[in-house]
Design a protein around this ligand. Structure first.
Ligand SMILES: Nc1ncnc2c1ncn2[C@@H]1O[C@H](COP(=O)(O)OP(=O)(O)OP(=O)(O)O)[C@@H](O)[C@H]1O
Length: 868
């Protein structure tokens, strides 16, 4: 539904804003942006890009895309220099986009062409092509070599000086290098032709109007920018070797270049393409090592055309470095932009993707800044250095030349969101302007006439004609130049005037003799001159050769120094790079630590808040408890007073009974004194046999003692039958209540109750409201403050209640603890003072903890009364 709606809303379409201000100045050219749509992979795919005109497309957001949701389903219109439909072939694209750049290259203008787009949109196809459809790169090479075919300088006449410029070598030096190369060539060279890529043989276009008085040479470099590091793909060595990183530097004319990159001089399109394929193989190998594929890096193939005028004779290149003109065409296949969350990349792939996106982002920022500066005459610093690709492009955007961009797009719906970003980038790029290149006619500045090469060619043709066999028939009399005079007069003596003939002959001979003398003198003079000139020359030669030797020595010293400086510079640059890397890592690490610290601070403050809350809660609880304890204490004191009063009353009554018994005993005659035991003979622990059991309570002895000695709980406790273990489990019925499973402690003294009923839960009142059961014991195990396991037995009497239930009156607590005999004896002895020890293990009874008697009593009195 929504999709149909969006397709009908062409009214909503908007043309991207473009300020025309200052755009078409005479000396500036905008970046030409072309759009190429690739064919759909599947017939069923729905296209989201429609071509409105040869220069305009409309992007219709499919309903599944983020843009559809965020931007109110608006269709977007984008305008380009030209739009290539899916049916457009490689030749068309080359003719419209790259041919003008090649034309410029041959006429000393720099050019940059880059393909940009989402992964799989056809960038590599457009730039390189495949087996049957060769791309822009091979076509450019073809046209270049087709044009300069006869005008090429001999190999090694131009030699890179490693500072992005070229030296001009003499023919002899160049020949020497050629011979060296021939030797290398013989010793083994591999065929680098590629079965997957094709060179176009059909393209026989030749560019007209180039300077025929120049000699040309073509050099190629091939680099890739992977994870923001530059690698030389034509570096010497086997393809499997890992590549070293290169620096980007600025040359004397402020052009950016890759320092110490391998620059190969190529003499044919095939040779150039072979170099390209060698680099491609290297790239694939390097990426296989990194477990990645080719689209994960930006690759830059640069063609540098070097040209210099020939001399006056039209024969050889002028041996002057300043007369060399260099132009370059960089063909850039940018890595595909992609959304990392769509591709679900992780690890190395995620790092690659983020580096690609970062560099494309920097490119975008640079273009934005440039446009801003150009539109508002501002001087904002363009951040070229933030990424290697923009750093390398700096000379194109800031220098002079032509910049072309092909936006490759896949019209399928899945790519819509990313393609939209690409289109926005393209829109931005088309608003940037680049200064037009100016051509310098070096020959005219050197005062050379045009047509030198042509004249030289004609001269050679004429000489060839002269050297042909038919030319040998021509008679050229060189004898006249050095003759001693005219021919001899007639010597025939056949008349009377013979004397006259003799005179003439004599005169002729005298003239010849004098001429001979003159010639001899001239010869001698010339001979002398020649000799002295030869001597001078020899002297000069000697001087020059010694000078040459010293200059050579100086040169080699300088070269060595230069090399040392170069090495030092490279080392320093590497160090700077590694320091920068470290700095970035450390900055990242420090920001991670800061984040951690902040998180921990937050946690700590949260923890402190919680603690404060807890403390307040505990304080409130403590206050409530204390209040309750005060109340309880008051109740206990009053209960105690009541019990003491009752006790006193009982004692009084006992005393009365005792007195009465005494009186009776005195009155009754003694029958068997041995069988009777007097009350006075009662000692704690013994059982008076003659008295009724209910009278032989501790109270009797206690009361007796109390009349003589001050009351002491400790004394009582020793004799208290309740503290004897044998009585812990007397013959009465017990309810043993163990809510939790007991941990076996392996003690000698185990809580063991004979006549007992074991319950885990007290849910049934019949468990205790039973006439056979009168005692209750609650068993609990817990850790004490030292972490030792402590078993407590809370004992009490079961008293039936009037409602038919029962209540337990707790009256005793037994504790069982274990200590290691080796554990901190002193502290243990302090802690266990007043406690019994049994072969390293200790058993406490209810009064065992070091308490004052009153505290102990209090503890017993405080025992709660539980009703069931
Ligand atoms: N115009 C076209 N005509 C025919 N096939 C094409 C066209 N464009 C692209 N293709 C095919 O689409 C596939 C992907 O293209 P290509 O490798 O050029 O994409 P890419 O944009 O370079 O991707 P990456 O960024 O991942 O390198 C290739 O198989 C290519 O042959």
């Amino acid at each position: 539904m929504k999709s149909a709606k969006s397709k009908t809303r062409l009214n909503d379409m908007r043309t991207p804003s473009r300020s025309k201000q200052n755009l078409f100045q005479e000396d500036r050219d905008p970046v030409h942006v072309y759009c190429r749509l690739r064919p759909m992979q599947n017939e069923n795919d729905i296209s989201c890009i429609n071509i409105l005109s040869p220069t305009t497309i409309v992007m219709v957001p499919p309903p599944t895309t983020v843009s559809y949701r965020n931007e109110n389903s608006k269709s977007m219109k984008y305008t380009f220099k030209e739009v290539f439909p899916p049916e457009a072939n490689q030749q068309e694209v080359f003719d419209k986009v790259a041919f003008p750049l090649v034309d410029g290259l041959l006429k000393q203008k720099n050019g940059l062409l880059f393909t940009y787009g989402v992964t799989g949109s056809g960038k590599t196809f457009t730039m390189t092509g495949d087996t049957h459809n060769c791309g822009i790169l091979p076509r450019c090479l073809n046209v270049i070599f087709k044009t300069i075919n006869d005008l090429q300088a001999h190999k090694y006449v131009f030699k890179p000086d490693k500072m992005n410029m070229f030296d001009v070598q003499s023919e002899a030096e160049a020949m020497l290098e050629r011979q060296k190369e021939l030797h290398k060539f013989k010793s083994g060279r591999k065929n680098n032709s590629n079965p997957d890529l094709a060179m176009s043989n059909s393209d026989l276009t030749k560019i007209e109007g180039i300077n025929e008085d120049n000699q040309y040479a073509v050099f190629v470099t091939y680099i890739e920018i992977y994870n923001n590091s530059v690698f030389d793909l034509l570096e010497d060595g086997p393809p499997s070797r890992s590549l070293s990183t290169k620096m980007i530097r600025e040359d004397a004319s402020h052009k950016m270049y890759v320092h110490s990159v391998t620059e190969i001089e190529v003499k044919s399109a095939e040779e150039a393409f072979e170099a390209f394929y060698l680099g491609l193989k290297r790239k694939r190998m390097a990426h296989t090592n990194l477990n990645a594929d080719s689209s994960r890096s930006h690759s830059v193939f640069t063609i540098r055309l070097v040209q210099a005028p020939v001399d006056q004779m039209g024969e050889a290149v002028i041996q002057n470095k300043n007369s060399v003109a260099i132009s370059q065409l960089s063909l850039v296949d940018l890595a595909g932009s992609e959304r990392t969350n769509r591709t679900q990349n992780t690890g190395d792939r995620l790092r690659e993707a983020s580096n690609i996106n970062k560099s494309l982002m920097t490119l975008r920022t640079c273009l934005e800044m440039l446009r801003e500066n150009q539109l508002n005459s501002a001087k904002n610093k363009v951040p070229y250095r933030e990424s290697k690709i923009t750093h390398l492009f700096k000379s194109f955007f800031e220098g002079k030349g032509q910049v072309r961009m092909i936006v490759c797009a896949n019209s399928r719906a899945e790519d819509y969101d990313e393609t939209l970003q690409v289109m926005r980038f393209a829109e931005l790029a088309s608003e940037v302007e680049v200064a037009k290149a100016q051509v310098n006619d070096i020959a005219s500045t050197l005062g050379l006439m045009s047509g030198r090469r042509k004249a030289n060619r004609l001269f050679h043709m004429a000489r060839d004609k002269i050297e042909r066999p038919e030319a040998k028939e021509l008679e050229i009399d060189l004898g006249l130049v050095y003759s001693l005079g005219p021919d001899f007069p007639s010597l025939e003596l056949n008349s009377s005037q013979a004397a006259h003939i003799i005179k003439e002959l004599m005169a002729h001979l005298e003239m010849r003799i004098s001429r001979r003398e003159t010639l001899k003198r001239i010869l001698a003079v010339k001979d002398e001159k020649f000799r002295s000139a030869l001597l001078d020359l020899q002297k000069d030669v000697l001087e020059l050769s010694s000078e040459n030797a010293s200059l050579n020595a100086q040169l080699s010293t300088e070269k060595r120094r230069n090399q040392v400086f170069e090495e030092r510079l490279t080392r320093t640059e590497n160090e700077v790079l590694s320091f920068q890397k470290k700095l970035t890592e450390m900055t990242e690490y420090s920001s991670t630590l800061k984040r951690d610290l902040q998180e921990k601070d937050l946690l700590l403050s949260q923890y402190k808040l919680d603690k404060a809350k807890q403390k307040k809660l505990l304080e409130r609880k403590y206050q409530h408890k204390m209040a309750a304890e005060h109340e309880k204490a008051k109740e206990i004191i009053s209960e105690k007073e009541r019990l003491e009063n009752a006790n006193e009353e009982k004692e009084n009554r006992l005393r009365i009974i005792e007195n009465a018994l005494k009186d009776r005993a005195e009155k009754v005659p003694r029958i068997d004194m041995g069988a009777q035991t007097s009350v006075r003979d009662f000692t704690p622990g013994s059982t008076p046999r003659a008295l009724p059991a209910h009278l032989l309570t501790p109270f009797s002895s206690q009361s007796k003692e109390s009349s003589h000695t001050p009351r002491s709980r400790r004394g009582v406790a020793v004799a208290n039958p309740r503290h004897r273990r044998s009585l812990s489990a007397d013959g009465r019925g017990w309810v043993e209540h163990a809510p939790n499973k007991l941990v076996p402690m392996g003690t000698v003294m185990k809580p063991s109750i004979g006549n007992s009923k074991l319950v885990n839960k007290l849910t049934n009142v019949k468990d205790i409201a039973n006439t056979k059961i009168s005692k209750y014991c609650l068993i609990s195990q817990e850790q004490d403050t030292d972490g030792e396991l402590e078993t407590k037995l809370y004992k009490g009497d079961i008293v039936p209640t009037c409602g038919g239930g029962a209540q337990v009156i707790f009256n005793d607590v037994e504790m069982l603890k274990q200590f290691s005999p080796t554990k901190d004896r002193e502290s243990t002895s302090n802690r266990t003072s007043g406690c019994a020890r049994h072969s390293g293990k200790r058993r406490d009874t209810a009064c065992s903890p070091p308490q004052t008697p009153s505290t102990s009593k209090k503890q017993r009195d405080v025992l709660s009364i539980a009703a069931f």
